[in-house]
Design a protein around this ligand. Structure first.
Ligand code: SMG
Ligand code: MG
Length: 369
């Protein structure tokens, strides 16, 4: 496949409500989108890096820089021989930057599949036509505010609630939600906010029968998670620490996790994400699809991934209106009885809304091909 144009488009989207985590508060989402043009189709990729390097070291500006300077030129060096399967290999000399790499690979994959008339779900190995949706609920100032938010999401039909936690906002919110809403699917995400020294404190979450605790310790403290897993009853799930199928295999072998959150951006692309899924499945480790406040473009890909057989827990694959009043796709993702439908059209199976995109765009860069 030959690529005739590559565009890096920056957009900024206001969030419907502020989203607070242990590393900061998001009130809008800045995103770099990658658009590749081929003689037969266009392809879109979304980079999930955030505005600041707080979730991981990547951030929007660094992603755009590495795409422009290092990744796109390497991809284009393949000439007519570009295929989605070759993207990761040709980008491999560039260390790190998985989110930027994933966005470029997704754009190529989308173009390839649109040309072939094949959906991303079919290509990745989806076995379901809809996926159960969970919702990630940010840290709030007060418990009543949190209970109102959770109540709203449960009324909308979300089948699982994830509470963001940090030291000082953990036992009380979890207890309050459990007491108020009873036997709902409930889990927590600490985004690395604790240390192994907090193990006894985290064990106090045990009585609340959480589905899992996500990434309590630093990204590089895989052994710490294995130690923690020995002293708490809540299943330990890794997010930030899982950066590849190999690191997933290592974490599993060390006993550092009994569940894995898969985010394609974090592992360098959807093809590697499938390999993480496969490693987990071979080891009997359940997985679920994480989220990075994606627009409808990235969300389409996440929902396709979440339809693979090993994704047995609800993902952070919420409906568009949980994030944005106006999504960038012509059709928003909606919640139907707690599920989100897997797109069936070619490629991502969703279409960007040109007018909406134009309105949200803060910059467009055409790269030289
Ligand atoms: O997309 O629904 C979503 C957000 C889910 O909590 C979520 N993501 O660590 O899992 C995580 C966070 C990372 C992004 S927080 C701004
Ligand atoms: Mg997480």
């Amino acid at each position: 496949m030959k690529i005739t144009a590559v565009e890096l488009r920056r957009i900024r989207m206001p969030l419907v409500s502020p989203f607070r985590t242990s590393f900061g508060t998001q009130t809008s989402r800045e995103v770099v989108l990658v658009r590749v043009t081929t003689p037969d189709a266009e392809g879109w990729g979304e980079c999930v890096a955030m505005e600041e390097p707080l979730y991981s070291y990547e951030y929007v500006e660094s992603a755009q820089h590495v795409l422009r300077t290092h990744l796109v030129p390497r991809l284009l060096s393949l000439g007519d021989a570009i295929t989605a399967a070759r993207v990761a290999h040709v980008l491999e000399p560039v260390k790190g930057h998985p989110m930027a790499k994933a966005a470029l690979e997704l754009a190529v994959l989308d173009a390839e599949l649109r040309t072939a008339g094949r959906s991303l779900g079919d290509d990745l190995g989806a076995v379901r036509d809809r996926v159960p949706a969970g919702v990630s609920v940010g840290i709030m100032d007060e418990i009543p505010q949190l209970l109102d938010a959770v109540e709203g999401y449960l009324e909308q039909g979300y089948v699982r609630i994830k509470l963001k936690i940090e030291p000082g906002w953990d036992l009380e919110p979890v207890r309050a939600v459990r007491e108020r809403f009873g036997d709902i699917g409930l889990q927590v995400d600490a985004n690395t906010a604790y240390t192994l020294g907090d193990a006894r404190h985290l064990a106090e979450l045990d009585p609340f029968d959480l589905l899992l605790i996500e990434q309590p310790l630093p990204e590089d403290d895989v052994r710490g998670h294995a130690e923690l897993a020995k002293v708490i009853r809540t299943p330990v799930c890794l997010d930030e620490s899982i950066t590849s199928a190999r690191s997933a295999a290592d974490a599993i072998a060390l006993g550092a996790c009994s569940v894995i959150n898969i985010k394609a951006g974090r592992v360098g692309g959807y093809l590697e994400a499938v390999r993480v899924h496969d490693v987990a499945q071979a080891n009997g480790i359940p997985v679920w699809c994480g989220g990075m406040l994606e627009t409808g473009l990235g969300r389409a890909a996440n929902v396709a991934l979440a339809a693979l057989p090993g994704f047995v827990l609800p993902g952070d694959t919420s409906a568009s209106d949980r994030y944005y009043a106006q999504d960038v796709t012509t059709e928003p993702f909606v919640l139907e009885d707690g599920y989100v439908r897997v797109p069936t059209g070619p490629g991502l199976g969703v279409e960007p809304d040109v007018d909406v995109l134009a309105e949200l765009t803060t910059g467009v860069e055409q790269l030289e091909v």
